[in-house]
Design a protein around this ligand. Structure first.
Ligand code: NDP
Length: 479
């Protein structure tokens, strides 16, 4: 299967007529070809978006909402096909794509298509002197660049608010997982999305992503991906005064106090550590356990993790599927070696898993728990983004806060305690954009989503996203 770019309403070949291999991580084999696009394709996409903007931005929000909701209907119609495609492209278990990725892609589009109908601008009265009202107008052409871990989920999370607010989009999914974005472009054609409103250019980050970032007519960039890539995008975009939303990496702490609801904590910690093979920016990779329950937690957690089945994505019993690529698997394994060099002890996992038959060359890793590391060693400071967690005991709130806040990252924290006052105190002190207390990844799409420090700039979600994708203009009328 050869994928096409989606430019000006049509599925087209790249200028280069060259293609990149797309691997199925569960088998390690190439199963489709991706356009190896370059700046010429980005220029075409931008021109199409510019041409479409006057009409799309002048289209009523009700009409824009209607077209986007049509796409939602088509996603729901093709649900099984998209689930299978996401699982094959990314390596994740089918049940996970069915439960999380594709339903969330549909709900992202649904949420922003209906949310726009409730997006009202502010008015500020100056007693009897004047009225200010704030217009929120679409920016124009915006760029959306998304990663491989939750491919359609994060792609739609960006394009939905951009389109709903009346912008035209030039988007690039990760070249590692382009399939569901391609299938979405087919659905956009079928739904009758006006040509040029959404354009999708496949290809490599340093070529296509960089061309989007550099194009002077693309006025805002919404990016989710690694911190190093985010910094590179900021270096290019900031001097051009582009609006930037950067959702970057994390090294999230999971803080467990002795007074937690133990069974709930244990079950949720299994998910927060290893869901999607640990490849979720919100996974808790540093687990801090108060000393009184450290030994009990260690025994129970290791026993449960050691039993988690690593298997091919269509195995309904697979708790973990394949990691996304060979280079990524090697990177994760290199961090396990580093952890050992730094004095860590691997309590379970720590190695590649070799399946048989057609899956023998797939990229499978055993879920891994490491203990005995200093909180400030590289393993505990750098993002691994795989099925690897460390466990560390602590005694006091002050001590765990120091360790939890010690990294450059500040995306999300999970705190387990039944003490309400402590929960609030910790939430106040922890340097993260998102804090979950006695839960994990419980999402309300209206809430601000994003990180502090090297985890990002700006917030997505709800009206935050609508504000990002619009320019505020204040109008003051003297009475
Ligand atoms: P990357 O930063 O490698 O890539 C993200 C996207 O940027 C891809 O589409 C990539 O293209 C593209 N890209 C790469 N280089 C450039 C460039 N020079 N200019 C513009 N675009 C470029 O991240 P990953 O795909 O590896 O994703 C994993 C990372 O994403 C992790 O760090 C994770 O924490 C983070 N993440 C953050 C989330 C958050 O909300 N904070 C959510 C999910 C993930 P290509 O794939 O072709 O290289």
């Amino acid at each position: 299967m050869t994928l096409r770019n989606y430019i000006n309403g049509e599925l087209v070949k790249p200028h280069s007529d060259k293609y990149l291999d797309n691997y199925d991580p569960s088998t390690g084999k190439v199963y489709s070809l991706i356009p190896d696009s370059d700046e010429r394709d980005v220029v075409d996409a931008t021109n199409a978006a510019k041409a479409a903007f006057p009409s799309w931005s002048a289209t009523s929000k009700e009409k824009r909402s209607e077209v986007i909701l049509k796409i939602v209907d088509l996603i729901n119609r093709d649900f099984d096909k998209l689930v299978a495609a996401e699982s094959k492209d990314n390596g994740k278990p089918i049940w996970l794509a069915e439960k999380v990725d594709i339903p969330r892609a549909a709900s992202n589009l649904h949420f922003f298509a209906t949310g726009i109908l409730h997006f009202a601008s502010e008015a500020h009265m100056m007693e009897n002197r004047a009225i200010n009202y704030t217009r929120r107008d679409p920016i124009g052409v915006v760029g959306c660049i998304s990663p491989w871990n939750l491919p359609l989920y994060l792609f739609t999370w960006k394009i939905a608010p951009a389109l709903a607010t009346g912008n035209c989009v030039v988007a690039k999914p990760s070249e590692i997982t382009p399939m569901t974005a391609y299938l979405l472009s087919e659905l956009c054609v079928e739904a009758g999305l006006p040509k040029g409103v959404l354009n999708l250019v496949h290809g490599l980050g340093p070529k296509v992503g960089a061309a989007i970032t550099e194009h002077p007519d693309i006025k805002a960039i919404s990016f989710t991906g690694g911190t190093a890539t985010g910094a590179q995008i900021a270096r290019t975009a900031a001097p051009m005064f582009k609006k930037l939303s950067l959702e970057l990496g994390g090294k999230n702490p999971n803080i467990i106090f002795e007074d937690c609801n133990y069974d709930k904590m244990l079950a949720t910690t299994l998910a927060s550590s290893f869901a999607n093979q640990g490849q979720i920016c919100l996974c808790g990779s540093r687990i801090f356990i108060q000393r009184g329950i450290y030994d009990r937690f260690k025994a129970d957690f290791v026993a449960k993790v050691a039993k988690r089945k690593v298997s091919f994505p269509s195995d309904p019993e697979a708790k973990l599927g394949a990691v996304v690529s060979k280079p990524h698997m090697e990177k994760v394994l290199s961090y396990i070696d580093l952890a050992k060099e730094e004095g860590g002890t691997v309590l379970t996992g720590g190695h590649q898993v070799h399946l048989e038959g057609e899956y023998a060359q797939g990229y499978y890793l055993a879920p891994t728990i490491i203990e005995g590391l200093a909180f400030d060693c590289r393993t505990n400071q750098e993002e691994i983004f795989g099925p690897v967690v460390t466990i560390t005991p602590f005694d006091t709130e002050e001590e765990v806060l120091l360790m939890a806040n010690s990294t450059d990252y500040g995306l999300a924290a999970t705190i387990w305690t039944e003490n309400l006052t402590r929960a609030h105190r910790m939430a106040n002190e922890i340097q993260m954009g998102i804090v979950w207390i006695n839960c994990w990844l419980l999402r309300d799409l209206r809430t601000p989503f994003g990180g502090v420090k090297s985890s990002g700039v700006g917030r997505e979600g709800g009206f935050e996203a609508f504000k990002f994708f619009t320019e505020a203009k204040n109008v003051c009328i003297e009475l």
